[in-house]
Design a protein around this ligand. Structure first.
Ligand code: NIG
Ligand code: FE
Length: 420
């Protein structure tokens, strides 16, 4: 069915066909009296309303008068860990008592404490949980997520997580870019045998992931106490040979070599980067790797510091913003909240934050050619927000401003008919 959104304050993010860096990193492509026409899942016209309304099909579909509200591409959240069974409320309480993430993990909390509940959840129940979580992402304006496994940490449970993510994506409500994160932590049965565990993931699990096309990417937690650069390299090289793209959790808690590794392997993203130095940033820029920043985890961990977004932008590295949705460090699915944190705590401009959450998010999810921009031929994934100035999206923190969400040209969420 054709759908026309008109009378919009339109952010198109039109621009070069590459992740945005430098001056392009703050160009939102604002059109004050804009419109978008969608048909069969893609955009058939977008731009000034008078031009779009001249399209022969513009009167044939359902009309959504945005009443001057902001209309822009759906968020592409390029770093999430939604395949978990239970919240981690004990970790949360312990942090309130002053314990750090590392201390809690060493005392039996952390990633490992999410494993037994996930192992005990059926593929069907996990799929239902994912569908419920997907609805929360969608109602906040996210139309695509990159989604990792990584709480199963054995063959069956990692495959189960990826199969549940596949069912979620097949539903078509929320785009899902699945990532195999076998080396997320060393499970108890491999305690003290980190290399052996990483090799098991590469030799026994990865071939099934590739054979069943369960993931588009592979990821590793390159971190002191988790996986070292050498173990990560072996796993990622095997993943590349199996046809997967690469991502790296890099320099989150300590400077561990993940950024250089990501650059050397020309990974799609290096994520977190809290402890990245200027050398790392130079390497990422040269490699064309996107810096995927997840400041919601710093916020939720109560850290005083934030990922060095300004330094990364100044180095000319393209930045994507993502939630890092997970039960340990960021139980937040709302990208609008991440925008607010990015502007207030990382000193990004609202424009930089919006570019990072849409078009650069799409590049960080491997979808830069088809998503994240409102232009002819692009996916008809867009959102009407209840504000007329796009800076408000970063400003009313805690409030969800999304009123109508289109995924592939269909309304997948609507709060009510719009007042005009
Ligand atoms: O991105 N860094 C590793 N993974 C997650 C944390 C996951 C967890 O604590 O459950 C992150 O912050
Ligand atoms: Fe993460």
């Amino acid at each position: 069915m054709k759908q026309l959104v008109t009378n919009a304050t339109l952010l198109t993010f039109a621009g070069p066909d590459e992740p945005r860096a430098g001056a392009a990193a703050s160009n939102v492509g604002l059109i004050r009296q804009g419109a978008v026409l969608m048909d069969e899942g893609v955009i058939v016209a977008a731009g000034p309303a008078d031009k779009v309304l001249a399209h022969p099909d513009s009167r044939k579909g359902r009309v959504h008068d945005a009443g001057g509200r902001v209309v822009m591409p759906g968020f592409v959240d390029a770093h999430t860990h939604p395949a978990f069974a239970e919240p981690r409320l004990r970790d949360f309480e312990l942090r309130a008592q002053g314990k750090t993430y590392q201390e809690i993990a060493a005392a039996g909390g952390g990633i490992i404490s999410s494993v037994s509940a996930l192992r005990g959840t059926t593929e069907r129940d996990l799929t239902v949980l994912l569908q419920e979580r997907a609805a929360r992402f969608i109602e906040c304006g996210t139309t695509t997520i990159e989604a990792k496994s990584g709480y199963g940490l054995d063959k069956d449970s990692e495959l189960k997580s990826l199969r549940a993510l596949k069912h979620l994506g097949a539903g078509g409500m929320l785009g899902v870019v699945p990532t195999f994160l076998g080396p997320h932590a060393v499970p108890p049965e491999y305690q003290g045998r980190t290399g052996e565990y990483a090799r098991f993931m590469a030799r026994e699990v990865l071939p099934v992931v590739a054979e069943e096309k369960l993931a588009l990417y592979a990821d590793v937690f390159c971190e002191r106490g988790y996986f070292g650069a050498a173990e990560c390299t072996d796993f990622l090289q095997a993943a590349r040979a199996a046809g997967l793209g690469l991502r790296v959790h890099a320099e989150q808690l300590t400077h561990s070599g993940g950024a250089k590794l990501a650059a050397r392997l020309k990974a799609c993203t290096a994520d977190h980067l809290d402890h990245a130095d200027d050398d790392d940033l130079g390497a990422l820029k040269a490699a064309g790797t996107v810096a995927c920043l997840v400041p919601g985890s710093n916020h939720f961990l109560g850290l005083g510091s934030m990922p060095p977004a300004r330094r990364i932008l100044d180095a000319g590295v393209p930045v994507a913003l993502a939630t890092d949705f997970n039960p340990g460090t960021c139980p937040c699915w709302n990208m609008q909240e991440i925008l607010a944190i990015a502007v207030t705590r990382m000193k990004m401009s609202p424009e930089e934050a919006l570019v990072s959450a849409t078009v650069n998010g799409a590049w960080a999810a491997g979808l830069g050619k088809t998503h994240g921009v409102l232009a002819v031929g692009q996916a008809a994934d867009l959102v009407i927000y209840d504000c007329e100035d796009y800076r408000e999206l970063c400003y009313w923190f805690g409030k969800n401003l999304a009123v109508t969400v289109f995924k592939a040209g269909k309304v997948v969420h609507s709060t009510a008919e719009l007042r005009v």
